[in-house]
Design a protein around this ligand. Structure first.
Ligand code: NAD
Length: 255
């Protein structure tokens, strides 16, 4: 299927590694110009160099996704560098597994909720503000997770709360802007083999194994599998879809 995305401009937050990076690669393969935004400036510069060496249209900006000034600057950077903002993928986020609800420290909880929920809200705010200035079809994909659909017993209550919040934010933003040029959807991946999950596998092997054992399809997800769904949700091929929470979890939430 020709998704007709060539020449469009995207921002991918959390794009230097993991699923975000796979999204960057997939969008580049469709001819999209991509701004990668991430708090990891060192790795970001290396990734930008790597893609540019292969002739790709990418630009990196260091940004902390809980700082409104950074997020506003990120959107302006995309417009200044590539001329518009057609797509945004808000993938920056993290989970600390094994954080039992009764033990979690206030500062750790607030920091995580700020990045995983409030940061996504702020990204939508500045991205939509820019998209409304354009009269072309624009789309946003927010990263929730299957813990945004069901609960988890792996010490992930704060994470799950944030990811449920992302689904609520996505549905509300989609409805608020349904009659404009902006569509807003969410993806809800299950366990996907990224650097973050490799950390869980190493530090909490039992929790990792429990999570894998619960996947009906019998395996974890690959970042490219999530990236393809994100790309479809950004493209006009999904033009009738807004406010969706698209689950990709090997059947976990169906069980
Ligand atoms: N991997 C999974 O199993 C899984 C499952 C469900 C949902 N998700 C979600 O998918 C997204 C990507 O996950 P991943 O596994 O690829 O993670 P990852 O840790 O491999 O990569 C996340 C990237 O986001 C960046 N980042 C984190 N906090 C940031 C902040 N405050 N400001 C700017 N950049 C920040 C990191 O530097 C990193 O480059 C996350 O939102 C995660 O919650 C992942």
């Amino acid at each position: 299927m020709d998704l007709k995305m060539a020449g469009k401009v995207a921002i991918v937050t959390g794009g230097v590694q993991g699923i975000g990076r796979a999204v960057v690669e997939t969008l580049l393969s469709e001819g999209v110009k991509v701004v990668i935004a991430d708090r990891n400036a060192e790795k970001g510069a290396a990734v930008e160099k790597e893609f540019k060496q292969s002739g790709q249209q990418v630009a990196f900006i260091a940004a902390e996704m809980i700082k409104p000034d950074d997020i506003e600057a990120m959107v302006q950077f995309a417009v200044d560098t590539f001329g518009s903002l057609d797509y945004a993928v808000n993938a920056a986020g993290y989970a600390i597994p094994n954080m039992k609800l009764v033990d979690v420290k206030y500062d750790d909880l607030v920091q995580m909720v700020m990045v995983d929920a409030v940061g996504v809200y702020l990204c939508c705010q500045y991205e939509i503000k820019q998209m409304l200035k354009q009269d072309t079809p624009c789309a946003i994909v927010n990263f929730s997770g299957n813990s945004g659909i069901v609960g988890s017993s792996a010490g992930l209550a704060g994470y799950s709360m944030s990811k449920h919040g992302v689904v609520g934010l996505t549905r509300s933003a989609a409805l608020e802007y349904a009659r404009t040029n902006v569509r807003v959807n969410a993806v809800c991946p299950g366990v996907t083999e990224t650097e973050a999950v490799a950390g869980t596998r190493k530090s909490f092997p039992e929790i990792y194994q429990q999570m894998v054992d619960r996947i009906p399809i019998g395996r974890t997800g690959k970042p490219e599998e999530i990236a393809k769904a994100v790309t479809f949700l950004l493209s006009d091929a999904s033009g009738y879809t807004t406010g969706a929470a698209f689950v990709l979890d090997g059947g976990h939430t169906a069980a």
